[in-house]
Ligand binder design. Structure first.
Ligand code: C2E
Ligand code: MG
Ligand code: MG
Length: 754
């Protein structure tokens, strides 16, 4: 006798009916995300990105102006006249020259935006925050000679002060703006809302500026009149009597990296070391060589430039190579390609601001470590006479490999550089991977938020589910919306999977449900409800729906002969698609083009969101039904209009929602499922139980008289070829089962029988 009972074996755990979290956790990325999510870090990263246009222009202008080839410079002289240098200078002054000031505004504006998203209380205008902080900056940096101000606006001198003032100023201003008794009562109706917002927090702004006035007074009292000069003196202090040994080299390289990490131009702040130690050491080497002697100093300016600043501070060229070799982040790879050209000439600002490297915890370790390790290896190689001492000064923009050769006058210098590039790249690789994981984690978390929004029936002020979301979710939705429009054109990221539906009678595959998949190059798989909601928000749903329909019908038509003749193809239809007058025509056109029998197509309409009775939608469905197309109600039992549907629509199938399939025998869900099943049966409607994951669930629904099932217990959604072989295997098994049935009696549906 082969009437084997359904067995309970190691089956996947039933997840709750709520949205499935998209992706798993991980301790380190989670920690880094939490650090990166602090408003200050977030604001700094965004502020740095906001000034990127200036940085790119400045980097290119510097590259052209200081291009390390006399021939190229003479060519430009001949073609454009000597004025081209002035034009380049203008561009540099207008970009790098005010980058710190621009960052100050970007940073304070971003901090106010984040504050508004996270706190209730009065709205703080981001522009007002920038204006207040701008004032604070001038108050605190007010130098005795106003002429030196312009230096503080620049990337090379003012970045640290600008970041510090923006962070502190915004923090004070935003805190004060929360204090109720400091708010002026201007919230009356009628006045301009911008003016109202500004006036409300005006005392907070004034107090913030006054605080900086006090701070400046206090600093002057303790002898810190010029912040930049004082910082420079302070960090240069330990090097006052330094020699040109390994200890000086390591601490100079290490400290300048630390300073860069916090946004201060390390080499500029430590210029005293360059001036008093590194450059003289190089000159002494050159002089010794000229006098026929042996150069003695290993650590020189050329040594540091050639071996420990490959591609600029942090040996950024190595990071670019690491990103290009291992990163899965399409955006990061594009930036790396873009930054490669300037980095070949040691201009690394595009990376410092674009990745960004400044204050980025993911890259802290290799950014500090790589140049230090490179200093050690090159020092050891020189001390062991494997590489000659550096004797030639060269422009700092001399490209990698050439600089190694020029500085040492030997191919060994070039080889040393190659070794250091390889070493640096190896050091950066694990962190490029870590950064990918952090980015993907953050993306998945935001994506989960979007999934919740997509699955709820709520919309934002613009009537859109995802695009109206505030903060990161809204930003991600907008980015995805742009990408979806492109993906629909290229059609290489969008595809379908098919999930078999199993009939209890004879354990046959009753049908397959086509499910949309979007493999995004940066965020991986996007949950279908998010794709659909974004398409609805963008007005792209008709095109997306037509793509799904055409693809699925073509696939079912191609399977003719290889699958049971009556195998039904279910296609999900968004309620918005139904509202389009062209919907029915599109379906009929696709059926005509693919030659698919309309009786084999079932349209699944989600019960929980469709708006009925919409005359147009009902009319479309009735017309299609008249041609033979089947209609199913998806997620039945979730919405408030379940029973009304059965009356208003020509229904063939109801699909019992997954949330009703959890819970054991005797529970409320069991009663609801039994009622739906009995009602459907009396109306001649097929029921499909969705989300069956466990043998015990299957046994219970079989006992309730349910006859068709869909769920992970039988199969997950599969690619077309896998689905076809699943159906093929099942057909073979069915024939065997029929044979057994003839001999032993009826076959019970279970996973083993498939
Ligand atoms: P749905 O139509 O109810 O599809 C069933 C969903 O449940 C699928 O999720 C499927 O992978 C999942 N599922 C199936 N069996 C199990 C199970 O045993 N356990 C669990 N936990 N889940 C199971 P998926 O593919 O993520 O799709 C989610 C929803 O996205 C669909 O729900 C449907 O409403 C929508 N959707 C998918 N493709 C399309 C499409 O082409 N057009 C439209 N308009 N909506 C689509
Ligand atoms: Mg469905
Ligand atoms: Mg469903």
């Amino acid at each position: 006798m082969s009437g084997r009972p359904a067995t309970t074996s190691a089956t996947p755990k039933v997840e709750g009916a709520g949205p499935k979290p998209w992706g798993a956790g991980g301790a380190l990325p989670e920690l880094l995300i939490r650090a990166g999510d602090r408003p200050l870090f977030l604001a700094i990263q965004r502020g740095l990105a906001l000034v990127l246009p200036l940085i790119m222009v400045g980097a290119l202008a510097i590259l052209v102006r200081d291009f390390p080839s006399l021939g190229a410079q003479q060519m430009l002289d001949a073609a454009l006249g000597p004025a081209w240098r002035i034009r380049c200078g203008n561009l540099i002054d207008g970009s790098f020259g005010i980058a710190s000031l621009a960052l100050l505004c970007a940073l304070s504006g971003t901090m106010a935006t984040l504050h508004n998203q996270r706190h209730s209380g009065p709205f703080v205008s981001p522009i007002m925050a920038a204006v207040v902080v701008l004032s604070c900056f001038f108050v605190i940096t007010a130098p005795a000679q106003a002429g030196s101000w312009s230096e503080l606006f620049s990337l090379s001198h003012g970045l640290l002060v600008a970041m510090g003032v923006a962070a502190l100023g915004s923090w004070i201003f935003l805190r004060l703006s929360q204090i109720q008794w400091l708010q002026l009562p201007f919230r009356t109706v009628g006045s301009d809302p911008v003016v109202r917002d500004v006036l409300t927090v005006m005392p907070a702004g004034m107090l913030t500026i006054l605080c900086f006035g006090l701070l400046q007074w206090a600093l002057t009292a303790v002898g810190v009149a010029d912040l930049y000069a004082s910082t420079r003196d302070w960090v240069g202090q330990p090097f006052t009597d330094a020699g040109s040994g390994l200890d000086t080299g390591l601490s100079y390289v290490g400290l300048s990296q630390i300073l860069w990490f916090f946004g201060a131009h390390g080499p500029n702040l430590l210029f005293a070391v360059e001036e008093h130690v590194l450059i003289p050491a190089g000159l002494a080497n050159a002089a010794a060589l000229q006098a026929g002697g042996e150069p003695v100093f290993i650590i020189t300016k050329s040594f540091v430039d050639a071996f420990a600043r490959i591609g600029g501070s942090g040996s950024s060229l190595c990071l670019i190579l690491a990103i290009l070799l291992v990163s899965r982040d399409a955006g990061g790879r594009k930036l790396a390609v873009f930054a490669l050209f300037p980095a070949l000439f040691n201009v690394n600002e595009p990376l410092l601001f674009g990745i960004p490297l400044i204050l980025n915890p993911s890259y802290l370790i290799p950014f500090l470590l790589t140049p230090v390790v490179q200093t050690l290896t090159a020092f050891a190689a020189t001390a062991l006479d494997l590489v000659p001492h550096t004797t030639t000064a060269m422009p700092w923009t001399t490209p990698v490999l050439i600089s190694g050769f020029v500085a040492t006058g030997s191919v060994a210098g070039l080889v040393m550089q190659l070794i250091n590039v390889a070493l640096g790249t190896l050091l950066y690789i694990p962190f490029a991977r870590l950064s990918d994981r952090v980015r993907e984690h953050r993306g998945k978390r935001v994506l989960n938020g979007l999934l919740r929004a997509a699955e709820s029936s709520e919309t934002g002020s613009g009537g859109r589910k995802c695009l109206d979301r505030p903060g990161e979710e809204g930003r991600l939705a907008k980015a995805l919306a742009d990408d979806l429009a492109l993906a629909l054109k290229a059609q290489d990221q969008l595809f379908l999977e098919y999930q078999p539906q199993i009939g209890a009678k004879g354990c046959c595959v009753h049908g397959v449900e086509a499910l949309l998949r979007w493999r995004h190059p940066a965020y991986g798989r996007i949950p279908p409800p998010v794709t659909v909601a974004i398409a609805e928000d963008m007005g792209l749903i008709d095109r997306l729906g037509a793509f799904v329909l055409a693809e699925a019908c073509a696939r079912r038509a191609a399977w003719r002969g290889a699958v049971p003749d009556a195998l039904i193809l279910s296609v999900n239809v968004s309620p918005r698609q139904l509202l389009s007058p062209a919907f029915a025509r599109t379906v009929l056109e696709v059926l005509g083009q693919t030659g698919l029998d309309p009786h084999l197509l079932e349209l699944e309409i989600t019960e929980s969101t469709v708006l009925i009775p919409d005359a147009l939608a009902l009319d479309s469905l009735r017309r299609l039904r008249d041609t033979g197309v089947r209609i199913a109600i998806d997620d039945f039992g979730m919405g408030h209009a379940s029973l009304r549907y059965l009356r208003e629509l020509p229904i063939d199938t109801v699909k019992i929602d997954r949330s009703l399939t959890v819970g054991g025998p005797g529970g409320l869900n069991e009663h609801i499922v039994r009622s739906i099943n009995e009602l459907s049966r009396s109306l001649g409607i097929t029921t499909i139980v969705e989300g069956v994951e466990l043998d015990a669930q299957l046994a219970m629904f079989l006992a309730l008289g349910c006859e068709t099932f869909q769920g992970y217990l039988f199969s997950r959604p599969l690619g077309p070829d896998d689905c076809l072989s699943f159906i093929g295997t099942q057909r073979k098994n069915r024939r065997q089962a029929e044979y057994s049935q003839a001999n032993d009696g009826p076959v019970m549906l279970s996973r083993e029988n498939l």
